[in-house]
Design a protein around this ligand. Structure first.
Ligand SMILES: [Zn+2]
Ligand SMILES: [Zn+2]
Length: 314
């Protein structure tokens, strides 16, 4: 599973950072990808990646500010032009449905695929055999959601060579062992399932938070996750400046990661006031609170595996 940032800036685009958009690549898990927020020109950013709009399965919108939604109509239209036939679901706050439907209707954009728009409340907003997504209200200047995404545990795998070596014949006994049952062979020997299967694999967990002040919901959504993605519009020491705008400093983002016992933090929603070399200063400031911090950059990609997070070097 990979994360790829398409836009990491706050408020307005700059040459270094486009407005908010983050992709969760689930090609192996579901053959699709999910998008979190869709700032203006998200589809342009996608052109620099291997992402195909028709593989886009779900879009999660954190809030109705333009730097998080103005890329939607164009992307939805292009997905249709580019032969997207599969249904697409958008989750977001109240107002998202009217805004999208009005924009599509007035611009006479007709989609060739089913579009579902779900205006959500707090709680579990999506669940299937593989994933669960939960939403909670954050603390911004308008209603804003954060999302907690859990991959369900992957079943243990049968170590087939080992089972055969221990004398288990090919056939139904192997299936029983895979399903956690111990079996008795014809010679009376017991083979224990746990001896011939791998440990159950804990799924990946992450929290994608929208614009927010430091708040308890952010900590709850991030509880024990592998990766927290938290905004950092302001730098350390400017907490009082950040509050009226409904934003956080890097110190507050790092506190959320620490207090929630998360493993890694990626900061995004970085103001254009910080030049590229200054963004690393944000990281250094945050390290005072929390040991594993990455600064998001446009198009930067991370691999998430076994609780670890590693930037993919191009
Ligand atoms: Zn924003
Ligand atoms: Zn905002």
């Amino acid at each position: 599973m990979e994360l790829q940032f398409l836009g990491t800036g706050a408020g307005m685009p700059s040459k270094q950072r486009n407005t908010s958009a983050l992709v969760l690549k689930l090609m192996q898990e579901r053959g699709t990808f999910w998008l979190f927020d869709c700032g203006e020109a998200t589809q342009h950013q996608m052109l620099y990646t291997t992402l195909k709009p028709r593989k886009l399965e779900k879009i999660f919108i954190t809030h109705m500010h333009g730097d998080h939604i103005f890329g939607l109509p164009g992307l939805l239209g292009s997905r249709s032009f580019l032969d997207g036939k599969e249904a697409l679901t958008i989750y977001g706050p109240k107002g998202i449905k009217e805004w999208i439907q009005t924009t599509l209707r007035l611009s006479r954009t007709y989609l060739q695929y089913p579009l579902h728009i779900e205006e959500i409340d707090e709680g579990i907003i999506f669940e299937d055999d593989l994933f669960r997504v939960e939403a909670k209200n954050l603390d911004h200047v308008i209603p804003c959601y954060g999302y907690r995404i859990l991959q369900k545990p992957l079943p243990p795998m049968l170590l087939i060579d080992k089972a055969l070596q221990l004398g288990v014949p090919k056939g139904p006994l192997l299936a029983k062992l895979k399903n956690g049952q111990d079996v008795i062979l014809e010679n009376g020997e017991t083979i224990f399932s746990q001896d011939v299967t791998t440990e159950p694999n804990k799924g990946v967990s992450l929290a994608v938070l929208g614009d927010t002040r430091y708040c308890q919901s952010a900590i709850e959504l991030s509880q024990d996750v592998d990766v927290v993605i938290h905004e950092s519009t302001f730098d350390a020491g400017t907490e009082e400046l950040a509050k009226p705008y409904g934003h956080s400093t890097v110190t507050e983002a790092a506190k959320v990661a620490k207090e929630s016992n998360a493993k890694h933090l990626i900061i995004n929603h970085i103001s254009a006031r910080f030049l590229p070399h200054e963004a690393n200063q944000l990281r250094i400031q945050g390290l005072q609170e929390f040991p594993s911090i990455f600064v998001a950059e446009d198009l930067l990609e991370f691999e998430m595996k076994n609780g670890e997070l590693n930037p993919i070097k191009k």
